[in-house]
Design a protein around this ligand. Sequence first.
Ligand code: HGY
Ligand code: MN
Ligand code: MN
Length: 400
Amino acid sequence: MIDQKRLLRRTTELAQIGGSGAAVSRLGLSADEQRARDLVGTWLSAKGAQVRRDAAANLFARFGGEGEAILVGSHLDSVPEGGRFDGALGVLCAVEALESLVDAEVRLRRPVEVVAWADEEGARFGVGLFGSAASFGRLAPGVADRRDRDGVSIAEALRALGERGDPAAARRDPAELAAYLELHIEQGPRLDGAGLPLGIVSDIVGIYHARVTIRGRADHAGATVMTARADALAAASEMVLAVERIARGRADSVGTVGEIAVRPGAKNVVPGEAVFSLDLRAARDHDGLVREVLDGVTSVASSRGVTATIDELARVPVTSLDPKIREVLKRATKSVGVEAPELVSGAGHDAQNPALSGVRTGMIFVRSTGGSHTPREFASVEDAALGAQALANAIRELAS
Ligand code: HGY
Ligand code: MN
Ligand code: MN
């Protein structure tokens, strides 16, 4: 039986790590994320799991012996000033599901592993889905040298956690896995609008992340006439508006510039350099969206006499989830009394990496309100418990 009180208590307990009240800032590969893994690890080892951490700081807790495992989990890191449910609820419900199966002494024919992925958000180093990409051998080359704002590299952050510093060593064989399941809050308004507590993910959007560096010419803000400028920030601003215009003009597409930095950054200096982030997503023709935006950046750069350098951080294609697993999840959600609709996920998820590596993958969405990547995000413990029960039923079907 799913223990709602325990689920609520643990949600609150986990939110205290790197958080205060509703807001959570538990960045990937940080000491706080490690403390969260330690807490989850104690719950799982107390239930008899063999708990381990891999070279990319992912936590795995295995129930049962040898053989192809069912992997179930989500991530424990957050964005800065994020909410307490994004990622964490998927781990908490996976723990709940396993605890309920162990308590009910359900005989599992397959081993089951709970996973807490490291650094899914990529908020510190810019590389999203980091832990699951490392586990499935899908990291771009040179990722370990990527540095955060303080100049700390991923390799150094891993060594500070006690790892050797090479995330590629985390790679495991996808053939070891019979399926991957992930429960996650929807982070959008559709389930709430339909008055439904659970959904099933059909596809996950394609995601492109990059860092764009615009180089113009720093100059005196007073002595430099307007026609003699190569203003990097003005050029970047025109590009940001182009991202918005292009994404608005394409079906099922979104484009976001969430970060921008200016150098030298003084009120009386024409900006010589601007660096901004690109987050481009689409459920269809994702490559077309990326191409149109990058062409837009290049044409603004040449019309303004500045240079634009694109540093690609991650590119994940539109990912369809496994039809058979979706059927299993349909039965599992129905068994808790929910006719769960199928939804496309506008958010990216670790599930994309197992799915793109040939592992049969499925996701359950739990209704959430208040948006996401903000302390306003909310999911009720009643909906979460329904999701955890559905997850337990799906694991039971797949593993017995
Ligand atoms: O950005 C995303 O879609 C996810 O929350 N990392
Ligand atoms: Mn997120
Ligand atoms: Mn997430």
